[in-house]
Design a protein around this ligand. Structure first.
Ligand SMILES: NC(=O)C1=CN([C@@H]2O[C@H](COP(=O)(O)OP(=O)(O)OC[C@H]3O[C@@H](n4cnc5c(N)ncnc54)[C@H](OP(=O)(O)O)[C@@H]3O)[C@@H](O)[C@H]2O)C=CC1
Ligand SMILES: O=C1CO[C@H](CO)[C@@H](O)[C@@H]1O
Length: 443
């Protein structure tokens, strides 16, 4: 049952956010919303989920009203944040039972469950903070973008470095023209596509599912398979497996390519994608990859299109591309922005530098990524990396994973039609088959 005051408050929050998404929110709406509380539920409560929930809950207008994790043994850390809040194993049951008592949710679960949970929450009018990559597939990323717009809810992707000084400084430097127009991007990370579980195929042995874990809910949209054992798939090692995670580019693409997309204001769909790697089977992602994209140019690029090359698993760009000054070196992960006047090197999570003598970049301040989303939910103002932005970025990242199934081929992509135009077989990898009972209700 919802009390009258809850209904009134909830209805008010909903209408004012809907109004704000249709046109700029009038000051009185913002003011009244900023005085109200955000009733928040955290989904996925260990691993990254714990830090997401803790940092969102540190906003003084947030009230934690529920927690949810498929493994009840992994909920102990969040309980002290709101000892009276109920703990659920099934997010659907939580949303059904608590209804309007929840305004907003975080989704910090393995990649394969981001879309099914976030779509359901948005369809019920909840604001959503969802971890990176926004989704496991290109099709899901498109649905998330469309649904967020349709529902008029406030969204943010969990790529928190977006708000960090290092990435914000890099974006400003590019937009200020420090290296001139950009002609190419090279981004790399040391992380490998598999190796976390030590397996290349499903294990022959099985172990009993821990009593605290609902394995059916963990598997969710993916085809059912036996539990396997601790750290075969969960926790954490799901990143290796095609059914659940997204390999190295899925794990880090939405971090490293985020300042590229933000700085260059990329909103167009990739034109083409090409992969080369050390080998792929039907289960895990390649250990080492090079993915080459061609992306439509913007006001900050020299050409009408822009080549972006991604390297992982120990592969990295030829250091001569960077034309470093004496004393400079390439970081273990990051990006080279090649410009007409010079190059900018952006190490992952630290300040950028350029190879132009005498030019130092003044850092800009960090913002609070988590509070920025909460403030957005209360004011109706969409933060910069909502699902419209995160959806575009994730589509590109996951398109790289589609290309991994066709090494050596250049796949041409028609973003409008959501179709690969020169290889019909590749289209099946843009989406997936959903397990009965776990289909995503799309638009
Ligand atoms: N932005 C960043 O810097 C980082 C982002 N991430 C992202 O966060 C997400 C989670 O990663 P990580 O914390 O490492 O993963 P883990 O496997 O360690 O934890 C995920 C948590 O979610 C729970 N869970 C799994 N499925 C569901 C479900 N359907 N409903 C509710 N709870 C569920 C897990 O339970 P169980 O123990 O049973 O699996 C676990 O407690 C990923 O998308 C990852 O990419 C991760 C690290 C850093
Ligand atoms: O930033 C991060 C730190 O490492 C984790 C494990 O690879 C990533 O998932 C995460 O996004």
């Amino acid at each position: 049952m919802t009390s009258n005051s809850d209904t009134t408050r909830r209805e008010f929050l909903k209408t004012s956010v809907a109004a704000a998404s249709a046109f700029a929110a009038p000051a009185f709406v913002r003011g009244q919303n900023l005085n109200s509380q955000l009733q928040f539920a955290g989904i996925g409560t260990d691993g990254k989920g714990y830090s997401d929930i803790k940092l969102i809950a540190s906003h003084d207008k947030v009230k934690c009203v529920a927690f949810c994790d498929v493994d009840l043994s992994r909920t102990a850390k969040v309980k002290p944040l709101a000892p009276e809040a109920p703990v659920y194993q099934d997010y659907k049951k939580m949303l059904d039972e608590l209804g309007d008592k929840i305004d907003a949710v975080s989704v910090s679960t393995p990649d394969h469950t981001h879309a099914i949970i976030s779509m359901d929450a948005m369809q019920r009018g909840k604001h959503v903070y969802c971890q990176k990559p926004l989704t496991r597939t290109v099709w899901e990323a498109r649905q998330m973008r469309l649904q967020a717009k349709k529902s008029g809810v406030i969204t943010r992707m969990g790529n928190q470095i977006h708000s960090h000084s290092a990435y914000r400084t890099a974006a400003k430097a590019i937009q200020d023209g420090v290296i001139g127009k950009v002609t190419a991007i090279h981004s790399w990370v040391g992380t490998t596509g598999h190796g976390r579980s030590g397996l290349l195929n499903k294990p022959a042995n099985n172990e009993a599912v821990p009593k605290t874990l609902d394995w059916n809910l963990w598997i969710s949209v993916a085809p059912m398979r036996p539990y396997g054992g601790n750290r075969v798939y969960h926790p954490f090692t799901w990143r290796d497996w095609q059914d659940f995670g997204s390999g190295a580019i899925g794990d880090f693409g939405c971090h490293l390519l985020d300042p590229v997309y933000t700085a260059l204001k990329i909103t167009g769909d990739p034109i083409s994608v090409h992969s080369s790697h050390t080998g792929i089977n039907d289960e895990v992602w390649p250990a080492q990859e090079t993915i080459k994209y061609v992306i439509p140019g913007t006001q900050y690029t020299a050409g009408r299109s822009l080549p972006i090359t991604w390297y992982d698993g120990g592969r990295r760009p030829d250091s001569r591309i960077a034309k470093l000054l004496p004393g400079q070196s390439l970081p273990s992960g990051g990006s080279i922005f090649v410009g007409e006047k010079g190059n900018m090197i952006l190490p992952h999570y630290s300040q950028p530098f350029v190879n132009i003598e005498g030019v130092n970049i003044e850092p800009v301040e960090s913002l609070d990524h988590y509070h920025g989303w909460v403030d957005g939910c209360l004011s109706g103002k969409q933060p910069s990396d909502g699902f419209e932005y995160g959806g575009h970025l994730t589509e590109a990242v996951q398109l790289g994973n589609v290309a991994a199934f066709f090494p050596g081929e250049t796949l041409e992509f028609d973003g409008k039609a959501l179709k690969i135009t020169n290889n019909s077989e590749a289209n099946k990898y843009l989406t997936r088959d959903y397990r009965t009972g776990f289909e995503i209700a799309s638009l």
